[in-house]
Each structure stands twice: as structure tokens, then as C-alpha cells.
Design a protein around this ligand. Structure first.
Ligand code: BG6
Length: 486
């Protein structure tokens, strides 16, 4: 592992939800694992002029208490490392004041000028902040400077391109870390090791052996209190263009020549470029109505707080995609994601082709299934490979049984995605971050759907989505593989 040099971690949105729930706890955990380097400080930046260093320190202590850190430990950790700077209007003078504060903290603590600027902000605040940093000369420093941009990166191809152009006006691509937190999940990273370190699977990973691939990212929660953001985004922008597409790229990509950022991202971009045009008949959009999940009654989307009357936002998307290359020609990739579904489940099911002939037919029932590989990404992370076996009885009867591996049994606790991603930013490893070209290639594929007005199918909260999503598969003789418990 590369050493983490002393650095200043500047969080824009320093008093916000992401900083509190994810970033401060992730930095603290890295510190407890001795991975933060020998010196480190955190500077929270936000609009509030009434906040100061002490206020942010007690806020950071609360964040750590919520994450289960004891009061003494949290106090010691925050007191000499957490600072606050207000930036109420984002003016040039305020950015200059920020630059001076950064130099002062670095001078006082003996930090060499390595800086992370983490934009934990609403997307509308990305452009002025990036421009403000650049114009104040904060895009360069005596050490290294890295810019971390949260999702969503743009809301369509044009806005993603514009945002990339702005980033590149002030920062080099090698300084930019676009976050997709799915890439920080251990089980998502493990897809690469699973595929490229185990030759038995790689030799089956193609159109000759695979019937179809099904990716499900289901959430049992509804929109909750986030309608203000979500109603303007919808499931396609919120989940498909980024998280679900990342899973697709990792499952479908070619073997990279080496395991470094350029090679891995280059192969992912090739998948996106090979994706065929998505036609209206390949898409099903849905919206949850009232229903029940785990025995509790759940409101429909239109009755959730802050959802505007007449909303036409989708909370479910299902897609049938084709990848037009030698490996995948003719293999459908089915994707679905939705809110208010029966359970939280991220699962990739790879259905292999059936045995071409059933030689057991004359001996009894012959219900040969497909061998299926289930990659369970969350929760209960693990793999299951399903085989047909003979039941010990006559007449000959077959049953499909799982061969499974459970992540937690082997490794215990799995690190949080943000811990991995923050560490990668600090060590300068961009492999798990999204390249400019990748964001644009992904938006380019989904733009036509965003611009068309497709019907919105209702589904009851607590169901697996609208019936039309089943028809997408039925038209090719497939059905959704049920969740398999690991
Ligand atoms: C976020 C989306 O990026 O990912 C949320 O904005 C979604 O709407 C969340 O709930 C899902 O992440 P996870 O890690 O809980 O699967």
C-alpha cells in the first residue's frame, strides 16, 4: 500500500449530511487503522457564518458518536485536527480568504501543501465551487491538489460535458476524482478479482456459454425525505446512469492489460461505447403506489412528503440492453432498480445456457435448469453457484442446489465504501473513480430515454415492479431469477 503523505482534507458541505454520516467517520476509521499518514487536518467549509472551529469540532464529535466512537476518543481526535471556514456567498474575496486560511493551517501544523477538496455539495453548487477554487489559484499547491466530485455528475450528456469542461479549465484529469460509491463497495471491487483471477469463469464468460445476465438493485426504502432532490432526478439519473451502469461495465468488460486506473477505466469505457442504442421497447419505467413491505403499510410515491402534484418521476427502471461486441453479441443484459421493493437486494445473476439435450428424459422427469451464478453484492454478500443434482430416490428426480460462499464467514466485517474511496484519494489511486469520458459515454446512452416521454407503469410498494418489466424478459423467453440467499 502506498503511504499517505501529510495532507489537509477540505470538505465543502462541511456541516452537511454526507460529511456527518460518511466522511468524518471514514476519516476517523482510517486514522484508527493508522492509514491517515503522520499528519492530517480537516477543514470544513460551509455557508454558515455563525459556525467556527469549536462548533465544527463538537459537530464532528457528534458525527463520531453516531458512528459508535467513544466520547474521549472522539474529543482527542477532533480537537487538534478539525477547523472551520465560512464561505457564505462564494465570492472571489471569500475564496481568497479560504486560500489564506488553508496556508495558515498548513503553516501552523507543518503540512506540506497536499490538499484534497471534497465537494460534498448539492450538484448546483459544483460549478461555482470549481470555478472559485480555480480562480483563487487553489487548483495548484506546493504539494498535490485533488478534487473530489460527488454524484450526480450532470443530469444529461450536455450538462456532464459542460461540467467536465469546467473541471478541465481548472484541473487536470489526473487531479479529478468523480465518486460513484458503488465502486468503493468491497463486493463490487471483488467482481474484478472474481472474473480475472479465476480462469474457470473467464473461459465461460461469453455469448457461447451465457444465456443472459440480470442485474437487480432493489431498495425497500421509498423516497423518504429526499423528494426535493429525487423528484428532479428519478431512478434513471439517480441509480441507472451511475451505480447500475458501473455494475454492468464490470461484469461485461474485457480483461485489462494491467490493474491500474487507465487500463481498467479504458475497458469500462469500451463497454459503454459498445452498448447498442436503447429503444423505447427496451425500457420500462414505473412508480410505486401504496402497498405493504414487511407487513407494514407504505404510502405511494405521490403521497410522500414534498412530492409535487402531477409528478411524472420514475421510481423504478427496467432495461433490456445489448452489447454489440464479439463477446456479448446476442446476450441480453436485463437491469432493474427501484425503490419500495420487497427487500434490499443487489444481485447479479449470470444464467448459463442449458445442457443442449436432456439424456435423463426417459428415466423420469427432466426439468434441467440453467446453471446460475449469483453474485450477491448486498446485503449478505457472497456467491452462489446453482447445480442440478440427483435426489436420492427413484424415479430419477433432479433438484437445483446451491454451492455457496459467504463473505462475512470468510472475512468478518467488510469496510465501508467511503473508507476505501477516501483512502484511494489520499494515495492518488483513480481506479475506482469515474473518468470524464466514462461519465459522458454513460449519459450519451441514456439521453434518448431521458428525452422521450415513456409511459409510467404503476407497481404496488412491496412488489418487484410493474408487470411490464417481466414482459421485457418474457419476450426473449426469460424470467427474473428470484433472489437467492447466500
Ligand atoms: C444513492 C442514491 O446514490 O445510492 C440513493 O442517491 C440510493 O437514492 C443509494 O438510495 C443506494 O446506495 P446503497 O449503498 O444503499 O445501495
Amino acid at each position: 500500500m502506498t503511504d499517505v503523505p501529510p495532507q489537509l482534507f477540505v470538505i465543502f458541505g462541511g456541516t452537511g449530511d454526507l460529511a456527518k454520516r460518511k466522511l468524518i467517520p471514514a476519516l476517523h476509521r482510517l486514522g484508527s487503522r493508522n492509514l491517515l499518514g503522520e499528519k492530517q487536518a480537516i477543514l470544513g467549509v460551509a455557508r454558515d457564518e455563525d459556525f467556527d472551529d469549536d462548533a465544527l469540532r463538537s459537530w464532528a464529535r457528534e458525527a463520531l458518536a453516531d458512528a459508535g466512537v467513544g466520547a474521549d476518543e472522539a474529543g482527542d481526535w477532533c480537537d487538534d485536527r478539525v477547523f472551520y471556514q465560512s464561505l457564505p456567498n462564494g465570492t472571489a474575496d471569500e475564496f481568497q480568504a479560504l486560500a489564506q486560511r488553508i496556508e495558515k493551517i498548513e503553516g501552523d501544523l507543518g503540512l506540506p501543501g497536499n490538499r484534497v477538496f471534497y465537494l460534498a455539495l448539492p450538484p448546483g453548487a459544483f460549478p461555482p465551487t470549481i470555478a472559485g477554487l480555480g480562480e483563487a489559484g487553489l487548483n495548484r499547491s506546493p504539494g498535490w491538489t485533488r478534487l473530489v466530485v460527488e454524484k450526480p455528475f450532470g443530469r444529461d450528456a450536455a450538462s456532464a460535458r459542460e461540467l467536465n469542461e469546467l473541471c478541465h479549465q481548472h484541473f487536470d484529469e489526473s487531479q479529478i476524482y468523480r465518486i460513484d460509491h458503488y465502486l468503493g463497495k468491497e463486493t463490487v471491487q471483488n467482481l474484478l478479482v472474481f472474473r480475472f483471477a479465476n480462469a474457470i469463469f473467464e473461459s465461460l464468460w461469453n455469448r457461447d456459454r451465457i444465456e443472459c445476465v440480470q442485474i437487480t438493485v432493489a431498495e425497500s426504502l421509498g423516497v423518504g425525505s429526499r423528494a426535493d432532490y429525487y423528484d428532479r432526478a428519478g431512478a434513471l439519473r439517480d441509480m441507472v446512469q451511475n451505480h447500475v451502469t458501473q455494475l454492468l461495465s464490470l461484469i461485461a468488460m474485457e480483461v485489462p492489460t494491467t490493474f491500474d486506473a487507465d487500463s481498467v477505466r479504458y475497458e469500462k469505457i469500451k463497454v459503454l461505447k459498445a452498448l447498442d442504442e436503447i429503444r423505447p421497447q427496451d425500457v420500462v419505467l414505473g412508480r410505486y403506489g401504496p402497498g405493504s413491505i414487511d407487513g407494514r403499510d407504505v404510502a405511494g410515491y405521490l403521497d410522500e412528503p414534498d412530492v409535487p402534484d402531477g409528478s411524472h418521476t420514475e421510481t423504478f427502471v427496467s432495461l433490456r440492453l445489448r452489447i454489440d461486441n464479439w463477446r456479448w453479441q446476442g446476450v441480453p443484459f436485463y437491469l432493474r432498480t427501484g425503490k419500495s421493493m420487497p427487500r434490499r437486494l443487489t444481485q447479479i445473476a449470470v444464467l448459463f445456457r442449458r445442457a443442449p439435450v436432456c439424456v435423463f428424459e426417459p428415466l423420469g422427469s427432466c426439468n434441467i435448469g440453467s446453471n446460475v451464478l449469483i453474485l450477491r453484492l448486498q446485503p449478505d454478500e457472497g456467491f452462489v453457484l446453482c447445480f442440478d443434482v440427483k435426489e436420492p430416490s427413484e424415479p430419477l428426480t433432479m433438484r437445483t442446489l446451491p454451492l455457496s460462499f459467504h463473505y462475512r464467514d470468510a472475512f468478518g466485517e467488510i469496510p465501508e465504501a467511503y473508507e476505501t474511496l477516501v483512502l484511494d484519494v489520499l494515495t492518488g489511486d483513480q481506479t475506482l473513480f469515474v473518468h470524464a469520458e466514462e461519465t459522458e459515454a454513460s449519459w450519451n446512452r441514456y439521453d434518448p430515454i431521458l428525452q422521450s416521454s415513456l409511459p409510467l407503469h404503476d407497481y404496488a410498494a412491496g412488489s418487484w415492479g410493474p408487470a411490464a418489466a417481466d414482459r421485457l424478459l418474457a419476450e426473449r423467453g426469460h424470467t427474473w431469477h428470484p433472489p437467492v440467499d447466500v
